[in-house]
Design a protein around this ligand. Structure first.
Ligand code: ARG
Length: 586
């Protein structure tokens, strides 16, 4: 919305610089930290440094100040900008607040849920995320992945890309075989319970692993079982099919609960055969060494690339010829690019698989796949729970999703009871669910992807701090003002009064939303949106406390109602990018 105004401003600046033969670099804008003023600023240190590089003598600092003063004196400000001043090498330009305010609010209320978005014109991007394993539990570590993957997909989509949300379910491999073996031997014919299916599946998995580690006979039995699986033994195959479905069904319930969907779901089982063939290709081309039957099939990457401990070795097949995680990943990547003309293929995967994915992408490049460079690993760190329980994603301590959500709902209900005791039970529990899910998602998104999240309830459920309930509550407040005015949003009118600084602060933040979206998409960082929406909610609350809306003169009332509606819309759009909703009341 501001882009064209900035362009005009940039043209005006370049004109002054050209008149004085000063080099013109790209103009970088910063938002001015202001109090009651609203504007942007840029600086001339780089320009002065460039001149100095070209041979101009003298101090860069002084020259920057000189250039800024020159521009401030000679610039012809386009309409909408009020004044311009030079301060120690910086050029500060102030908006005509009334003019811009109207422009901002009008566009939010016109574009509504599209406000901040960019027309589809950029890339075709696949974001692979979630990737749970069947026959195992679904825990908090998985949850962080899902929440980041969903938010990144939303942000990329909103920022003008076409996004394919992909899942890659680990339905085969040692873990599944171990589970099947244990089930057949100790729980033959047992049906899963109606409720908490995934807990039951997870518990059986833990039991199975325990038995595997207990005795070498069991280990041998499982090995034999694996070979039978590999040889497509029909008995094991049909058991696998049935039990795998139990997990998939449970995953679907979790995705429903979290309001997350996928456009394409891949399974490890669907790329396994292709993967084995591919390994053959690798051997044929001399890229992989076949050391069977004594050893496995391996790509000695460091040797091939003449690197030192950078890529190490990638094992593709076990010595008995059964396939590994890696051979499947190679064929999965090929399948993705065969199916779609992707500009980018993003993998949201635990940071501990960084070396592994680097090896996979490199191996594909060695095979001559040009698109291998379009593959990108978006790494995320683990989640710590109170008591510092680390949640390993492949084994170890597990805190289940269901338990987490149940506890969150209990706590959210307490908030609702306190804020709004008169609502009926059903209403309260619907609200509690929205708040609970929001709180969990937000707490996983308000840390950088690569930083460990320490999840604790006080922070996640804070109604007065950087947490979803606080932000949701701001939106609910906005909603309740609008409800009192029967949701009739007045027409846009010229603003003939001066604005309070709480108002300007709020409008300034609203106007920044499109930039935040673009930035977050470029950096694949939902964190930027979570920080932004928190600032926005804070600014709204500040406005709410200091600027009465309904009991003021008509002109002002109309303006403030529009501002409330625009705030609510922008909070809603930001939260939507994080996959978070807010209730009508709370
Ligand atoms: N299911 C795997 C695991 O639990 C993660 C899959 C990640 N995606 C991939 N293409 N390797 O470790």
């Amino acid at each position: 919305m501001f882009t064209s105004r900035y362009k005009k401003l940039e043209t005006a600046i370049v004109k002054v610089l050209n008149n004085h033969d000063i080099p013109t670099l790209m103009v970088k804008w910063n938002w001015i930290p202001f109090y009651g003023h609203w504007g942007v600023s840029t600086s001339y240190f780089q320009t002065a440094a460039e001149e100095s590089r070209l041979g101009k003598p003298g101090s860069v600092q002084e020259r920057a100040a000189e250039i800024a003063t020159l521009v401030a004196q000679e610039i012809e400000l386009p309409s909408g900008f009020e004044k311009c001043e030079a301060v120690k090498g910086y050029l500060n330009i102030y908006f005509n607040a009334a003019y811009f305010t109207q422009l901002v609010i009008d566009s939010v209320l016109l574009e509504r849920e599209k406000y901040g978005s960019i027309k589809k014109s950029l890339e075709l991007v696949m974001v692979e995320f979630s990737q749970p394993n069947t026959h195992k539990a679904f825990h908090v570590g998985h949850l962080r992945n899902v929440v980041i993957g969903d938010a990144v997909s939303n942000i990329l989509d909103f920022a003008g890309n076409q996004v394919i949300r992909a899942n890659y379910i680990g339905d085969i491999g040692l873990h599944a075989v171990t589970w099947l073996w244990n089930y057949e031997k100790y729980h033959h014919g047992v049906q899963p319970p109606e409720k908490d299916q995934i807990c039951w599946i997870g518990d059986l998995y833990t039991e199975a692993v325990k038995r595997r580690e207990e005795s070498s006979e069991n280990k041998e039995e499982i090995k034999t079982y694996f070979k039978r699986w590999d040889a497509k033994d029909p008995e094991i195959f049909s058991l696998w099919k049935k039990t795998r479905q139990w997990s998939i069904h449970a995953f679907e319930q979790i995705y429903d609960l979290l309001d997350i969907h996928f456009d394409r779901v891949y399974f490890e089982s669907e790329v396994e055969e292709e993967g084995k063939k591919l390994v053959g290709e690798f051997i044929k081309r001399g890229l992989a060494k076949d050391e069977r039957p004594e050893g496995p099939v391996v790509i000695y990457l460091d040797e091939l690339l003449r690197t030192n401990e950078e890529y190490r070795v990638l094992v593709l097949l076990r010595s008995d010829g059964t396939s590994l995680y890696s051979s499947k990943d190679l064929s999965l990547a090929i399948k993705k690019f065969r199916e779609y003309e992707l500009d980018r293929s993003i993998y949201v995967v635990d940071v501990r698989q960084s070396l592994y994915l680097k090896q996979i992408f490199k191996a594909l490049e060695l095979m001559g796949y040009k698109w291998a460079r379009k593959c990108f690993h978006l790494a995320y760190e683990i989640v710590n729970l109170p008591g510092n329980v680390t949640i390993a994603s492949r084994e170890g301590t597990v805190v289940l999703m269901e338990d987490l959500i149940r506890e969150a709902e209990k706590r959210a209900l307490r908030i609702v009871e306190e804020k709004n005791p008169n609502l009926d039970r059903d209403q309260k529990s619907i609200i509690a669910r929205t708040v609970a899910i929001g709180a969990i998602k937000f707490s996983l998104l308000s840390r950088d992807n690569t930083k460990v999240v320490t999840f604790d309830w006080e922070t996640a459920m804070n109604i007065n701090g950087k947490a979803a309930p606080y932000i949701q509550y701001a939106a609910v407040r906005a909603n309740s003002i609008l409800r009192k005015a029967s949701f009739a949003i007045p027409q846009s009118e010229e603003i003939g009064f001066s604005l309070k600084h709480e108002e300007i602060e709020l409008i300034n933040l609203i106007s920044r939303f499109p930039y935040e979206v673009k930035h977050a998409a470029e950096e694949l960082r939902p964190l930027l949106i979570s920080q932004y929406v928190y600032e926005l909610a804070k600014a709204f609350n500040n406005f709410y406390t200091n600027c009465p809306v309904l009991k003021v003169d008509e002109n002002l009332r109309n303006f403030r109602l529009r501002l409330v509606a625009a705030s609510k819309q922008t909070i809603a759009n930001s939260l939507a990018l994080l996959g978070i909703q807010f209730p009508e009341k709370m």
